[in-house]
Design a protein around this ligand. Structure first.
Ligand SMILES: Nc1ncnc2c1ncn2[C@@H]1O[C@H](COP(=O)(O)OP(=O)(O)OP(=O)(O)O)[C@@H](O)[C@H]1O
Ligand SMILES: O=C(CO)[C@@H](O)[C@H](O)[C@H](O)[C@H](O)CO
Length: 460
C-alpha cells in the first residue's frame, strides 16, 4: 500500500520501548514494534529504583531501525512515556548525541533515570516537605520530591547537570538537538508542586524551601509542537515536526476512548482505571485528577501494582526452580502460567498482591488469606495474584463511582490484559460492565493520534 503522511508515535515505557506508525488519512496503525529496555540498574539507595538511560536509548534505536524506508513518509513524531520519573543531563549530551557512540565519557553527561517506582522519599522524608498548592498531592517517585531528596543527600547530582525532565522530555530534546527541555502539563503535573489550573509551578513555595527552581522546565499545553528533527535519522527526514512529550497514561486513554461513557483499564507495568471528566470531584483516597486535553481531566485510580507484581512472582518462581537445581526459561514459565488449568476449591486462596504498597498507603503490603491443605498450588497462587490486582483496582475506583460518572463500558488496554485470560475474566466479574479489548501498542499509537488531532493542518 502507498502511504502519504505517517505519524510516528514512541512510548518509553518502564519495561519496553514501543513505536507505532499511524497513517494520517485513515487514523489506523500500519506498523508496531516493541523492544524490552532491560534498563533496571543498581541504585545507591536501598529503596531506589533507577534505570540506565543508555539501555532505554538503545531499545529506542532498535525500534526506530526496524520499519526501514517507510519512515521517509513520517511527517511528525509524538513521544510519550513513563510519568513522574526524572533524569538530569548536560546540554553537551544532547548536542553530541548523534555524533557519538555510547561511551563512558558520554555516560558522565547524563544521570540514571529515577523512576516513578523510586521509593527513597519515604513517609518520614515526605512529612518534612512543604504542602503543594495543587489539587494533586506529591508522592514518592515524583520528580520534585526526588529533587528535594537529592538536594539533601546527593547534591552533586544537582550541581553536575544543568537540565532535567522526564525520560520522554530528554528524548524530545535529543531528537531536536535542543538541550533545554519544555514539558507538557501531563508530565509537569506528574512531578508534583504544579498547579494545573494556573499552568505554573509552585515557585513561591519551592523557593521558600530552598528548592533549585532554576532546574524546572518551561511548561506548555499538550499537543504543542516542541521543534523539528535535527537531522535525518532512520530515514525520517530532517525537519520533521516533534511534539512536546506527553504522559503514557493520557496517551493510552486517547488511543482507546471513543466516548465519554467509556472507562479505560490499562495494565502494563503498573495498573490504572481512568475516565475523562470536566469536573474535579472531592478527592477520595486513591483517585486523582490528572490533566488530559482541552481543559478536561482524567479521573484515575493509579495502582503501583500491575504487571510488575506478576513479574515479581515469575522471578520468585524462577529462583525457586533454580534453587532446586532445575531449569526453565522466563518465557517458558510465563507461557506455562498463562495456560495452567483453572482449579475450583471450596475455600479459594485469596491473594492481596500489594507488594509495592500504594501511593495513598505506602506502608501496607501484600498477604495471603485462606491457605488450606489443598489450595496452595501454583495455579491458585498465580490466578490469586491476577485476581487480586483487579480487586485492588475495584477498591480504588468502585463500580458505583463509574456508574455515577455515566460509564457504560470498560476498554481494556496494555499487554498484561490482552495476554492474560484470568485478568480479563476478573475485570468482567468485578466491574460487571461490558469489556472491550485493544491491541497492545496503545500509548505509542495514542501519542501519534494526539498529534494528529491537535495539529490537523500538518497533515491536510
Ligand atoms: N513473556 C511474557 N509473557 C507474558 N507477560 C509478560 C512477559 N514478560 C513480561 N510480561 C508482563 O508484561 C509487563 C510489562 O508490560 P509492557 O511491556 O506493556 O510494559 P511497559 O509498556 O514498559 O510498561 P508501562 O507502559 O507501564 O511503562 C510485565 O510487568 C509483566 O507482567
Ligand atoms: O505506568 C507508568 C509508567 O510505565 C506510569 O507512567 C503510570 O502511567 C503512572 O504511574 C500512573 O498511572 C499515573 O500516576
Amino acid at each position: 500500500m502507498d502511504f502519504d503522511k505517517l505519524i510516528l508515535g514512541i512510548d518509553i515505557g518502564t519495561s519496553s520501548v514501543k513505536i507505532s506508525l499511524l497513517d494520517s488519512s485513515t487514523s489506523k496503525s500500519i506498523y508496531a514494534k516493541s523492544v524490552p529496555t532491560k534498563a533496571k540498574t543498581s541504585s545507591s539507595h536501598q529503596k531506589g529504583d533507577e534505570q540506565d538511560v543508555f539501555n532505554i536509548l538503545k531499545a529506542m534505536q532498535e525500534c526506530l531501525k526496524s520499519p526501514g524506508k517507510i519512515m521517509e513518509k513520517v511527517k511528525a513524531i509524538g513521544i510519550c512515556g513513563q510519568m513522574h520519573g526524572i533524569v538530569f543531563w548536560d546540554e553537551q549530551f544532547v548536542q553530541t548525541f548523534w555524533d557519538n557512540e555510547f561511551t563512558n565519557e558520554t555516560k558522565k553527561l547524563v544521570s540514571n533515570l529515577y523512576t516513578w517506582q523510586d521509593a527513597r522519599t519515604d513517609l518520614k522524608f515526605l512529612t518534612k516537605l512543604p504542602k503543594p498548592r495543587s489539587h494533586l498531592k506529591a508522592y514518592s517517585g515524583y520528580g520534585c520530591n526526588t529533587i528535594f531528596w537529592l538536594k539533601e543527600n546527593q547534591p552533586e547530582i544537582l550541581s553536575n547537570f544543568k537540565h532535567c525532565g522526564t525520560i520522554q522530555d530528554l528524548i524530545v530534546s535529543i531528537l531536536c538537538n535542543q538541550g533545554k527541555p519544555v514539558m507538557s502539563t501531563h508530565n509537569a503535573a506528574s512531578w508534583g508542586y504544579f498547579d494545573v489550573i494556573e499552568c505554573s509551578w509552585n515557585t513561591d513555595i519551592l523557593i521558600k524551601a530552598n528548592f533549585p527552581v532554576y532546574l524546572l522546565p518551561l511548561v506548555v499545553q499538550p499537543g504543542k509542537i516542541f521543534g523539528t528533527l535535527y537531522e535525518t535519522i532512520y530515514h525520517i527526514p530532517k525537519g520533521t515536526v516533534v511534539g512536546v512529550a506527553l504522559g503514557d497514561l493520557q496517551c493510552s486513554v486517547i488511543a482507546t476512548l471513543t466516548s465519554m461513557t467509556d472507562a479505560v483499564i490499562n495494565i502494563s507495568t503498573s495498573a490504572q482505571v481512568a475516565f475523562v471528566t470536566k469536573i474535579i470531584e472531592k478527592q477520595c483516597d486513591g483517585v486523582e485528577y490528572f490533566p488530559y486535553y482541552d481543559n478536561h481531566f482524567l479521573a484515575v485510580a493509579a495502582s503501583l501494582n500491575g504487571g510488575n507484581v506478576l513479574d515479581c512472582f515469575v522471578r520468585s518462581v524462577l529462583s525457586w526452580v533454580s534453587a532446586l537445581g532445575l531449569n526453565i526459561t522466563e518465557d517458558e514459565l510465563w507461557n506455562r502460567l498463562l495456560h495452567l488449568p483453572d482449579e475450583e476449591h471450596s475455600t479459594p486462596l485469596i491473594v492481596n498482591p500489594l507488594i509495592f504498597g500504594e501511593r495513598h498507603d505506602p506502608t501496607t503490603f501484600g498477604s495471603l488469606i485462606n491457605v488450606t491443605n489443598n489450595n496452595f498450588t501454583l495455579s491458585e497462587l498465580f490466578s490469586g495474584f491476577c485476581k487480586g490486582l483487579i480487586n485492588n483496582l475495584l477498591k480504588m475506583m468502585p463500580r458505583e463511582m463509574l456508574l455515577k460518572a455515566g460509564i457504560q463500558r470498560i476498554i481494556g488496554s496494555g499487554s498484561v490484559i490482552t495476554r492474560n485470560h484470568i485478568i480479563k475474566k476478573e475485570i468482567e466479574n468485578c466491574f460487571n460492565l461490558p469489556l472491550s479489548l485493544q491491541m497492545p501498542e496503545d500509548s505509542a499509537f495514542g501519542v501519534a493520534l494526539a498529534l494528529l488531532k491537535n495539529n490537523p493542518h500538518l497533515f491536510s
